[in-house]
Design a protein around this ligand. Structure first.
Ligand code: SRM
Ligand code: SF4
Length: 517
């Protein structure tokens, strides 16, 4: 195969990574902690600390957000305790969020505490390494993997092994941390497309070939301010083995890392996601290069994926595939947690389950392995008044990004006003079906406005000569077996009463809602 490499002028960020790789600061963290955040070199503060999962929040100077890694969304009560202790330490500044990649982020972190915190994480098998900047994000999968009567394949081990490969067992991997840009991977084993396969850079999609289970592979799904794209099928099917999934993932990431400069990706961060490499080469060449890189010969993709169900939200009580056990899905409003909430969830998981807690991409928790005879007592626990198993319709399916409380990209506040709108409309309308409302504070779309039945993407509008918070309003996103992205129906709708009236109209006209008597 002939290539015509044309090296590009690297972006400032790539130049900074060459001058000193992000992970190099692992050895300097004690020094940083002693010196204090204000003494840090700008590139260390803004770029390299994110390679350890630490995001300085300019909105709250001197305080950091810490993004963890929770492959397949799985946590133990022991880990939750350690995380809750961190949040508790920061009093009013401390909180945590469940993220749209079934992960946790902690807030209020001070640099001086980081070395001690990392030590405690290590003791319980937690890591935050490579969770930000040009790295591979949390590996997502079905939140009910291994306990779901409907699942095809339990993906938990694959997600763990992938994380171990990418992060060198949580210690940090230089091999996998020189990417041109961020990167998302999901491994899906359920028939309801629980991890939104179409919006991942690599998606392992359930598909049967001659009756045998395996994965079709999509590459290049992503959202950004400049472009929204669904993953492209690369005509590859692999068996669900560790060997195949690790080799293919390594192969794709290596091609992306190696050819980033030649294909111009490293010269323009707006065109640096792996999709641009697939498009530069075309699917056929990409597939051939992958075969060459992995020394594998791939089977052609199965003609169809095996998604057969609407996406479940897992809230409420559901029988597990293990006889006599149920899993219980708790609704966490806007995914936001206090230290107290975290201690309580850990206690409930220990008392009623087996000390396991799972996070979902809808920013909720699941407690698995509750003995059927103990379910009623669990449902009477005080935390379930706050984290309901059956919230009102709009509140139930509300998903939101961080918004302007902590994120300096945000054009609007999201979690607070989105949730308030959901509550108000639930009080005024009878809504006969699920309506998934996704709020995202800016065009980066971390809150995935395009997957919602209703999507609100932060904007600004001018009303009576004043600049006010507004949203670009999306409809038509579908999830599950026929997932497709929604599109914008109205731009710059001012937040508050105008937005409320607009959403109310849509709920009545398109979702069969009726005003309450
Ligand atoms: Fe995101 C950047 C929060 C999921 C696309 N995202 C950011 C930053 C780091 C910006 C910043 O430095 O402030 C946000 C941190 C705010 C904060 O303090 O929390 C941020 N993203 C989030 C989270 C926490 C939203 C949430 O409330 O759940 C999610 C964390 C997931 C995780 O656990 O790792 C989160 N971000 C996503 C997703 C959704 C997904 O993965 O399904 C997307 C769209 C999918 C994708 O990546 O293709 C997403 N985030 C972005 C982008 C646009 C990327 C691009 O190619 O341009 C940015 C901006 C960037 O990277 O330059 C961004
Ligand atoms: Fe911040 Fe924008 Fe992402 Fe929301 S969508 S967390 S505002 S970057």
């Amino acid at each position: 195969m002939t290539d015509t490499p044309k090296k590009v002028k690297l972006t400032k960020i790539d130049q900074a990574k060459i001058a000193k790789p992000g992970l190099a600061i692992k050895d300097e963290i004690e020094q940083f902690a002693q010196a204090g955040w204000e003494a840090l070199d700008k590139d260390d503060l803004i770029i390299r600390l994110k390679f350890l999962g630490l995001f300085h929040r300019p909105v709250t100077p001197g305080k950091f957000m810490l993004r963890m890694r929770t492959p397949n969304g799985i946590l133990t009560s022991e880990k939750m305790h350690v995380l809750a202790e961190v949040v508790k330490r920061y009093g009013e500044d401390g909180s945590a969020d469940i993220t749209t990649r079934q992960n946790l982020q902690l807030r209020g972190i001070r640099l001086e505490d980081v070395p001690d915190m990392f030590q405690k994480f290590k003791e319980v098998g937690l890591t935050s390494v490579q969770s930000g900047h040009d790295n591979i994000r949390n590996i997502t999968g079905s939140p009910v993997a291994g306990i779901d009567p409907e699942e095809y394949f339990d993906t938990r081990e694959l997600a763990e092994k992938l994380q171990d490969m990418i992060t060198n067992g949580g210690e940090g991997s230089f091999e996998f941390s020189d990417l041109p840009r961020k990167f998302n991977i999901c491994v899906e084993g359920a028939p309801d497309n629980s991890s939104h396969v179409e919006i991942n850079d690599i998606a392992y999609v359930p598909a049967f070939k001659d009756g045998e289970f395996g994965f079709n592979i999509l590459v290049g799904g992503y959202f950004s301010a400049q472009r929204i794209a669904e993953g492209i099928p690369i005509n590859v099917w692999v068996p669900p083995t560790e060997e195949a999934v690790l080799a293919v993932s390594r192969g794709i990431i290596t091609l992306y890392t190696r050819y980033g400069a030649e294909e111009g990706l490293r010269g323009n961060r707006a065109k640096a996601r792996v999709l641009w490499l697939v498009e530069a080469w075309g699917v056929e060449k990409f597939r051939a290069k992958l075969e060459e890189e992995t020394a594998m010969t791939f089977a052609a993709a199965a003609p169809e994926d095996a998604f057969t169900m609407e996406k479940r939200d897992h809230l409420g009580v559901h029988p597990q595939k293990q006889e006599g056990y149920s899993y219980v899905g708790l609704h966490v409003p806007a995914g936001r947690l206090t230290a107290e909430d975290m201690f309580e969830v850990a206690r409930l998981a220990e008392t009623y389950g087996v000390g396991e807690i799972r996070a979902t991409v809808e920013e909720n928790f699941i407690i698995p392995y509750v003995k059927n005879e103990n379910v009623d007592t669990l449902l009477k626990e005080p935390l379930l008044e706050k984290f309901s198993i059956n919230p009102s319709p709009l509140v139930r399916s509300f998903v939101s990004c961080t918004g302007n409380r902590y994120c300096n990209f945000a054009l609007i506040e999201t979690k607070g006003q989105g949730l308030a709108l959901a509550k108000e409309l639930d009080a005024e309308l009878d809504i006969p079906q699920r309506v998934r409302m996704h709020w995202t504070g800016c065009p980066n779309s971390c809150g995935q406005a395009q997957v919602g039945d209703l999507g609100m993407l932060g904007a600004k509008a001018k009303v009576d000569g004043k600049i006010v918070e507004a949203v670009n309003l999306y409809t038509g996103g579908t999830v599950g077996k026929d997932a497709s992205l929604g599109s914008v129906v109205e731009k710059k709708v001012p937040c508050g009463e105008t937005l409320k009236e607009r959403v109310k109209g849509i709920l009545i006209e398109q979702f069969g809602a009726t005003p309450k008597a």
